[in-house]
Design a protein around this ligand. Structure first.
Ligand code: SF4
Ligand code: SF4
Length: 381
């Protein structure tokens, strides 16, 4: 296995049209050399899809290369019962703070925005630290509804370790990325031949975390950053490995990612959280995919502190529209937003039916924002 593939990316400017064209040309040559279609690779990060759409990169991909979107948005994969827990708490009269994107994510019958419209106390914060500051100024309980992958879970852990006020607690919907890649790789319908792993998350975990995965599944992983050239260079390296036929991990983001990752951050993460199995919205039950507070932090665990009774919610049936949403297939890389009959008609960012249309990292929202089908955009790196 090879650890670092600088490829000159530490020195160059990141928006270089000539270099982008050269990389696009390499993609074409490599797909011809592999000589079959489609060659399907998956990126595991909403920020990768955003950059691909924003810079019109799909227009530069050879037709034989299918770059599919994975479960890369923490808002999209927050499961319905987790949203329900937050909504029920808010309706019980407990003050809830959360990130803006989480506000409109639909639960079984309502979102936090609906609860707020009914009179519940729901605050939007930009960081967990801001939620702690809010709690400090209150003489009532404040629950922080925490979503996000290991990147944001570290921030939540740091706050808990820093002795927050006693009226502050966390309802954790944090998720851990490596286990879901196992699920995608094992899906019988999976056509993924290589993964472009999320550079941000790998700054925490390190690229070494993917070695056992590659050994188990025989699928290569390239850790890539978020500039257009990072993504093109990462794809080139993925195709090179597929052509060679010897799966391995390559770190194409060496300016931020090391083999070991951020050890201090990992220490905080695993001091506060333990991985447990749980559902990722629309995808599957993911063993060890959910991060929950360890028992020693029960005093800050909203699930332990409050009786959250979801039973009343099951009296309601989800709407017919919701049942047509194919978010799960999109996040598993089986379908695209344009395959959904609701896309752009019944489901738009102003009134989302599914979670993928809510978050700025949601695939449906990104495609809608960039004209419905980002392939049609021209390259503008
Ligand atoms: S949390 Fe970071 S790694 Fe995960 S999808 Fe968002 S930007 Fe990508
Ligand atoms: S367009 Fe809306 S309903 Fe369809 S998959 Fe996307 S989020 Fe779900």
């Amino acid at each position: 296995m090879r650890g670092s593939a600088d490829d000159g990316l530490n020195e160059v400017k990141f928006r270089d049209p000539a270099r982008a064209r050269a990389l696009a040309g390499a993609l074409t040559r490599l797909t011809r050399a592999i000589d079959r279609r489609p060659i399907s690779v998956m990126h595991v990060c909403g920020s990768h899809e955003q950059a691909i759409a924003k810079f019109g990169l799909r227009a530069s991909f050879p037709r034989a290369l299918d770059v599919i979107m994975g479960p890369g948005c923490p808002v999209c994969i927050t499961d319905v019962p987790e949203v329900d827990e937050a909504v029920v708490l808010a309706r019980q009269g407990v003050r809830v703070a959360t990130y803006g994107d989480m506000l409109r994510v639909p639960g079984t019958v309502a979102s936090l925005a609906d609860a707020r419209a009914e009179g519940a106390k729901v605050d939007v914060v930009y960081s967990v630290s801001q939620a702690v500051e809010l709690a400090r100024g209150l003489d009532e309980e404040l629950v922080f509804f925490a979503s996000g992958f290991e990147t944001t879970a570290v921030a939540t852990a740091a706050v808990i370790l820093a002795d927050p006020p006693t009226n502050f607690s966390v309802l954790s919907a944090h998720k851990y990325i490596p286990p879901v890649m196992e699920i995608v790789a094992e899906m019988p319908s999976s056509r993924v031949e290589g993964f472009l792993a999320a550079g941000h998350a790998a700054t925490i975990t390190g690229w070494g975390v993917f070695e056992p995965f590659v050994a188990r599944h025989g699928v290569p992983v390239v850790v890539a950053g978020f500039e257009p050239l990072d993504i093109l260079a990462g794809l080139v390296q993925l195709l090179e490995i597929i052509l060679e036929g010897t799966p391995r991990v390559v770190n194409a983001y060496p300016r931020c990612v090391t083999r070991e990752g951020n050890l201090a951050a990992q220490q905080k993460l695993w001091k506060v959280f333990r991985p447990v199995g749980g559902r990722w919205r629309g995808i599957a039950h993911v063993p060890n995919g959910n991060l929950r507070l360890k028992d020693e932090w029960a005093a800050y665990d909203a699930r332990k502190r409050f009786a959250i009774d979801l039973s009343g919610l099951w009296d309601y049936a989800p709407s017919a529209l919701t049942s047509q949403c194919i978010c799960g297939d999109i996040m598993a890389g089986i379908s695209s937003p344009s395959d959904c009959e609701l896309f752009g008609r019944d489901c738009v960012p102003e009134s989302p039916v599914g979670a993928c249309m809510v978050s700025s990292e949601g695939t449906c929202k990104i495609w809608h924002q960039y004209g419905g089908h980002p392939d049609l955009t021209t390259v503008s790196v």
